[in-house]
Design a protein around this ligand. Sequence first.
Ligand code: MG
Length: 262
Amino acid sequence: MNRPQMTRPLSELRGPVRALFSDVDGTMTTGDRIEASTYAALERLGEAGVPVVMVTGRPAGLGYAFMKMTPVLACVTENGGVTFVREGRKLTKIYGVPPASLPEWRRRMTDTALEVTNKIHGARLSSDSKYREVDLAIDWNEEVSLSKDDANTAVRMLTKAGFLASRSSVHINFGPPHFDKLSACMTVVRQVLGGDGNDLSPYCYVGDALNDAPMFNGFPTSVGVANIKQWWDELAFKPAYLTERPEGAGLRELIEHLMKHR
Ligand SMILES: [Mg+2]
């Protein structure tokens, strides 16, 4: 399903889309918070009948809070390790691996994280790793500041140890190689959007970093917010469309566009 590597301006995106799947860090957030105007735009889109699904490498604990406190329909967390979906009043949690296998995975992951933090000066587990149920994250650019070379070394070590590792703008997430964000989005489509999980063409995905590349490949209608340009040459798959503005302002630009093309 490789897509042509041609990126067009957002103005050329023709709707409608049935739901918006959005990355959180660097896409929904500006700096490190969701601006009031962005939150209002997400609310408007949902009220207009286009549900929003959050897709993030952040912990399940955060996803649970998002589901309890925001109007999103579903939240993919831990890069697909844990997915929450809203079914009426019920909140359903779906794991990317059998829950019984989690303690053994966690033991192996903790051992490997120790090897990585011993080898790479300054690397450490992310502060939010405590709230994770399935994956873990090495902080490279949130509370510490490692070079891209060091971050890539960490990715190589984690991959060699048998984990699926991917670098976001702040973390290197790693976990069992049995799920990813794309497969979790397909589960959301089947479970709460009434669609065929193999056909993502009615939906839109928006993101800002290297770990969004598989999503840009999987969603025919994919959008990068302008800050993605800093990773452009490293992106294995480029988004189909690009906003003019970065971060939350780019997401608002996309939402305004989708509201016009309903
Ligand atoms: Mg991001």
